[in-house]
Design a protein. Structure first.
Length: 332
């Protein structure tokens, strides 16, 4: 029986951290056994906000792909590719831009949110406004049945469904409507208690060695009420306990919560036990990544081969699109 197809992607903004891993990558690895998976490093999307200085994108592509492979994405079970090596994405994006009303793009929640939050960048460009439209092209060019995303990205999938309906109404049934495959949300705080982010400088990276992980955890912010070892705390407002929820088994979570409330354990005790479980969870990544990092040519080969496969699928779709729109001509 033919398996359903999914597509998702990541922008190459640098090495991946625990938020990327628990929020998406770990889920992708498990989806490989159930779906025909296409995973894209969406370098054109990076240009929507970093167009002024794209110098790091190429290096970041390798970093992301290395983390993908170390985490368990398997090029024999999934198609791993670079968006810009499949130029059909750009062609479909252009054609879709002819039929999509501008207000549809302006109402996407992240459009105004990011304009307000990303200070010091001029985001009054069509590329930024059209981000959801290019994302739609990324999805539907592979006729993906579903897209694994967090809740914050769900509006992007909904606009993709609207665009598909409009295209199919105008030109005939070419694209399936992609479904939203919500990933299990886990709050992954950074070492300062805020959401883990490269830009905050509070991230624990997949490439961090074991001792580096421990060093980053030791000074991590906890419940501010615990100024002394004997002060009781509240695990429900402690960022370290949020990480326990993500990485530790129930028995350890119960031990940490009870010990925190009674001041029976210190914060360093709590963090040491967290580090133990976190490193156990990341053991496979840590064992594979150093060797992959020594062989960037091998990583590139995976992406090149995956991009060839993706181009074949994308071109087959574009032949249908051109035919449906009555702009299919003999190819030179």
């Amino acid at each position: 029986m033919k398996r359903h197809r999914i597509l998702s992607g990541m922008r190459p903004t640098g090495p991946l951290h625990l938020g990327n891993y628990m929020g998406a990558l770990d889920h992708w690895v498990r989806l490989q056994d159930r779906y025909d998976c296409f995973f894209s490093i969406v370098d054109w999307h990076s240009l929507t906000t970093d167009y002024a200085d794209p110098s790091a994108i190429r290096e970041n592509v390798v970093e992301v792909a290395t983390d993908w492979l170390a985490a368990g994405l398997d090029p024999l079970r999934s198609t791993l590719f670079i968006q810009s090596l499949v130029p059909q994405h750009a062609e479909l994006h252009l054609l879709l831009s002819m039929i999509v009303p501008v207000p549809w793009l302006e109402r996407v929640p992240t459009y105004k949110e990011q304009q307000q939050n990303l200070e010091g960048k001029d985001l009054s460009t069509y590329g930024f406004l059209g981000y959801p439209l290019l994302q739609t092209a990324d999805i539907v060019i592979y006729k993906a049945d579903a897209v694994p995303v967090g809740e914050d990205q769900a509006p992007h999938i909904e606009i993709a469904r609207e665009i598909v309906r409009r295209f199919n109404h105008l030109y005939g049934e070419v694209f399936p409507e992609p479904q939203t495959l919500l990933t299990e949300a886990k709050r992954i705080p950074g070492t300062d208690g805020r959401k883990m982010s490269k830009s905050y400088g509070n991230a624990i990276y997949l490439k961090d060695e074991e001792e580096t992980v421990k060093q980053k955890l030791r000074p991590m912010l906890t419940d501010p009420a615990r100024k002394r070892r004997t002060d009781p705390g509240d695990p429900d407002i402690c960022p370290v306990f949020d990480l326990h929820r993500a990485f530790s088994p129930a028995e350890t979570r119960e031990w940490a919560a009870a010990g925190c409330r009674s001041a029976g354990i210190g914060c360093l005790d709590c963090k040491a036990k967290l580090a133990e479980h976190m490193l156990e969870r990341l053991a496979g990544v840590h064992s594979r990544r150093p060797e992959l990092a020594k062989r960037p040519d091998t990583v590139w080969d995976v992406l090149i081969e995956g991009s060839k496969k993706a181009r074949e699928v994308a071109e087959a779709t574009m032949e249908e699109v051109r035919g449906a729109m009555k702009i299919s001509y003999p190819r030179p």
